[in-house]
Design a protein around this ligand. Structure first.
Ligand code: SAH
Length: 260
C-alpha cells in the first residue's frame, strides 16, 4: 500500500494557532520533514515515534536542497509511509507548497494540503493591525521581499505596487527592506506612508518596529531586526498603538478565569 504526503501549515508558531487537523495528522505521521519557521514550540513537541528530518532551510542555511526534500517525500510515501511536510504559516503562501504538490502528483503520490494560519494576516493582527479596514484599506497585497527589486527581469511590478494603495504586506523582506522602501518611493508612493515591521510575531520575543517609508530601513538597521518578520505598509499601520497591545496569551496557556 502506498502512503500519502500531507503538506501541512503550522501557522505562525505556537500550538494555539496550529489547526486541529494539522495536530491530528502530525500525531499520526511516520516521517516529518520540517524547517525552522514553525518555531521552537511546535518543533519541540513533534511526536517521538516519527522520523524527523530537518530540512534546515531557514535563513539560507540549506541542509537539504529542495530537490532532495522532494525525493525524500516521494520515496518515503512510495514505501507506504505517512509523510508530513510541515511548513510555517500556510503551505501555499510563499512556501513552495504548490511546487511540491505538482511533483507529488507527477510521481503518482497521493497528497493532501492542510491549510494553515498565514503569518501575512495573523502577525499584523497580533500587533493590533488589521490588514483591511473600511476606512483605511479595501485591498491587501501579499509580496515576497526575497527578490531584489533592482534585479533584471524581476517578476514583481513595483511601479504598480507603488500606485495600488491599500495595504502591502511583505514577507521575507528584512534584508531587502532598504531597497524595497526606496523603490516604492521612487515610483511615487508617499514617503510618509506608515510602515510596521513585526519580528517574531506571536512568539514571546515579538517586537514591533514602526516608522515611515522614508526612515523604516534605518530604524530597523539600528534595532537590528532579523527574520522572520512581516512588513506592513499602509495607513492601517496608524491603528497600531504600543500602549494598547493586543494581548496574545503565552503559548499553551489556557485563558485564565476572572481575576480575584
Ligand atoms: N508560508 C508562510 C510564509 C513563508 S515565507 C506563511 O503563510 O506564513 C517566510 C516568511 O514568513 C518570513 O520571512 C516572514 O516574513 C514570515 N513569517 C512567518 N512566520 C512569522 C512569524 N512568526 N513572525 C514574523 N514573520 C513570520
Amino acid at each position: 500500500m502506498a502512503g500519502k504526503v500531507y503538506l501541512v501549515g503550522s501557522g505562525p508558531g505556537g500550538q494555539g494557532l496550529l489547526t486541529r487537523r494539522a495536530a491530528d495528522i502530525i500525531s499520526r505521521a511516520d516521517v516529518i520533514l520540517y524547517d525552522q519557521l514553525p518555531g521552537e514550540r511546535i518543533l519541540s513537541s513533534l511526536p517521538e515515534r516519527a522520523e524527523k528530518i530537518d530540512c534546515g532551510k531557514f535563513g539560507g542555511r540549506h541542509t537539504l536542497e529542495q530537490d532532495d526534500i522532494e525525493k525524500v517525500m516521494v520515496s518515503r510515501a512510495a514505501a507506504g509511509k505517512t509523510v508530513v511536510r510541515l511548513k510555517g504559516g500556510d503551505p501555499f503562501v510563499f512556501g513552495r507548497g504548490g511546487e511540491e504538490l505538482e511533483i507529488l502528483h507527477a510521481a503518482g503520490i497521493e497528497a493532501e494540503v492542510v491549510p494553515g494560519v498565514t503569518s501575512a494576516v495573523a502577525v499584523p493582527a497580533a500587533a493590533g493591525i488589521p490588514v483591511t479596514h473600511r476606512k483605511y484599506a479595501s485591498t491587501v497585497t501579499f509580496i515576497t521581499g526575497h527578490e531584489d527589486p533592482e534585479k533584471e527581469g524581476s517578476a514583481i511590478d513595483w511601479e504598480s505596487l507603488a500606485r495600488i494603495g491599500g495595504t502591502l504586506v511583505v514577507l521575507m523582506g528584512v534584508k531587502n527592506l532598504p531597497i524595497i522602501a526606496e523603490t516604492l518611493v521612487r515610483h511615487g508612493k508617499d514617503e510618509k506612508t506608515p510602515v510596521a515591521v513585526i519580528e517574531n510575531g506571536l512568539r514571546e520575543n515579538q517586537r514591533v518596529i514602526t516608522g515611515s517609508l522614508s526612515d523604516i530601513a534605518e530604524v530597523c538597521r539600528q534595532e537590528k531586526v532579523k527574520p522572520p518578520a512581516v512588513i506592513v505598509i499602509g495607513d492601517v499601520v496608524s491603528l497600531y498603538d504600543p500602549l494598547r497591545p493586543v494581548l496574545v496569551p503565552p503559548d499553551g496557556e489556557e485563558p485564565s478565569g476572572c481575576p480575584d
